[in-house]
Ligand binder design. Sequence first.
Ligand code: MD3
Ligand code: FE
Length: 212
Amino acid sequence: MGLKDRPSGTCRSGVVEVNGVQVFAGLLGPEEQAALVEDLRAVVARAPMFVPVTRFGKRMSVSMTSAGKYGWCSGAGGYRYEPRHPSGAPWPPIPERLLALWREVTGLERQPDSCLINYYREGARMGLHQDRDEADFRWPVLSVSLGDDALFRVGTTTRGGPTRSVWLHSGDVAVIGGPARLAYHGIDRIRFGSSWLLPFGGRLNVTLRVVG
Ligand code: MD3
Ligand code: FE
């Protein structure tokens, strides 16, 4: 199903702007969300989720894996994009449905070369951080939320600056570009059990990026 013929009236929808981050609320209908979950299930079968360690040596509460030419990894040497999963295998390809979404929403010719999949179990969160491991911050980041609601916080390009918060719901798509690309952001908490999309609950967030 394309974005133009998605069912209407099933979700709240509209564009919200939070500190330069554009949130397309309710962009993806229930069928498209379910299809994406199946696509991601196939990625995870080939590239199992793992728990990254922060640069302070602490285990993160979010599990991750990736698809595409590059995947995000952490370790003793810090954060970096790698061409292989920790198992040594190359990352699986980015699902075509996500590439189509990137084309429709960003209008860019250039395809993303990295797809980071974050899984938030009950109690998981992500502290305020900047995304600066990519080579060129002029490319936008596209985010898709699936499953439980999440309280997303976005600030400015300085740590400790003012922040604004917004709840992200399943099917919401966010585009982060321009000055917001280097804004501090994070997930304060999820509302575990607020969605029926994932059989064991929790939240998946997918980010598409141009890394190389
Ligand atoms: C704002 N993920 O993977 S997605 C991440 O919901 C990450 O899992 C969060 O932060 C999550 O790095 C937020 C929305 C997002 C992604 C990238 C951004 C917001 C952003 C980059 C700059 C500013
Ligand atoms: Fe981030």
